[in-house]
Design a protein around this ligand. Structure first.
Ligand SMILES: Nc1ncnc2c1ncn2[C@@H]1O[C@H](COP(=O)(O)OP(=O)(O)O)[C@@H](O)[C@H]1O
Ligand SMILES: [Mg+2]
Length: 326
């Protein structure tokens, strides 16, 4: 029973947690496009692979799965999730399960406008959004939305090019300089992160960890504290089941005057997952169980409230550039 982690990058903790869970059971194999991706050095074995959009990429990953007898494969970066979902059958053919959600859900996660439309159609609280600035101005005139608003690229990530905007002039300037922007109602409240595991055999939501974000840095949660609210767990469960996610997901939520608003979903291990794991939500074990054909049972809120996470920097030192296994 071996697992393959793609695009391991700087996610050393994720690799270390898998190593702990797979200790004595199998290998944790990692890939990166660079020999200077520190997380690969925490794996049992690693491969340097072409960029995900390069020629022959997926064939290369499937070769690794065959050679290393990989049971489960997952990626830690958004653009690769759809690629894995599309090639699910090719992985199946070599005995590898893709630990992830469907192609449609991975695509929806990349497109904030599509996500908004889905949430609205299904009756979930979410920030009203516009792609057309004229439609937005009309909504301002009609009193549907007021400044300040939030402007961001509709396929953005890592909080790049996000801005809080106070007037029409600024919207005009931003839209003149950048394509593919969207305007969103400003959500003003407590930001929350949820780390959720959906059993890959039954589709049931089996684990939820929720944290209040205390401080964000470069689009990531830097400090957070665990909390529990049965109402929020119920909302997450309803949303996740209705959409049909599978495996590990990360959800951004806002709490505004006692109401929860769903902001976005990353159908993978989020950057703040170590908080969940260190608080007792071991989703690596849930993945291992599923890969063994074992169903996980519902164990929601299996952690204490008031556990704080503070991120800090680490360094990895290697000599001679490492040995690339091929
Ligand atoms: N409508 C909004 N109102 C207030 N803050 C927002 C809004 N949308 C996004 N943000 C803030 O910007 C961050 C990044 O936006 P997000 O939509 O999560 O995109 P991504 O994480 O893909 O860059 C969020 O974590 C949140 O802090
Ligand atoms: Mg986000």
């Amino acid at each position: 029973m071996n697992i393959l982690i793609l695009a391991a990058g700087t996610r050393n903790k994720i690799v270390q947690y898998f190593k702990r869970t797979f200790d004595g059971i199998g290998n944790v194999v990692a890939t990166d496009a660079s020999t200077l991706g520190p997380a690969i050095y925490d794996a049992d074995k690693y491969y340097i692979v072409p960029p995900i959009n390069g020629p022959g990429y997926i064939e290369r990953i499937i070769d690794i799965c065959k050679k290393e007898e990989i049971s489960g494969v997952l990626s830690l970066i958004d653009p690769e999730l759809s690629l894995l979902a599309t090639n699910e059958d090719k992985f199946k053919a070599v005995g590898t399960t893709v630990v992830g959600s469907s192609y449609e859900l991975c695509e929806m996660a990349l497109d904030k406008m599509q996500m908004y439309k889905w949430l609205k159609e299904h009756g979930y609280n979410c920030a009203r959004s516009w792609m057309e600035k004229d439609a937005f101005y009309k909504a301002v005139d009609e009193g549907i939305v007021t400044y300040p608003v939030f402007v961001k690229p509709y396929r953005g990530s890592a909080s790049i090019s996000i801005s809080k905007v106070y007037d029409r002039e600024t919207i005009d300037v931003l839209f003149a300089h950048e394509d593919d922007l969207m305007i969103q109602e400003l959500l003003k409240g407590q930001e929350i992160g949820a780390d959720v595991y959906i059993d890959m055999i039954t589709g049931e939501v089996v684990s939820i960890f929720t944290k209040k974000k205390i401080k964000m840095r470069a689009g990531e949660t830097d400090k957070s504290v665990s909390f529990k609210d049965p109402e929020l767990f119920a909302l997450i469960e309803e949303f996740v089941l209705e959409a049909g996610y599978r495996g590990q997901i990360d959800i951004d939520i806002f709490e505004i005057n006692g109401q929860y608003y769903i902001s976005e979903v990353n159908p993978r291990f989020g950057g703040g997952y170590p908080h969940a794991y260190e608080s007792g939500c071991d989703h690596m074990q849930l993945i291992l169980n599923n890969l063994n054909g074992v169903v996980n049972h519902k164990n929601i809120a299996a952690y204490d409230e008031g556990i704080y996470m503070m991120k800090y920097n680490e360094v990895k030192i290697i000599r001679g550039g490492g040995t690339v296994i091929d």
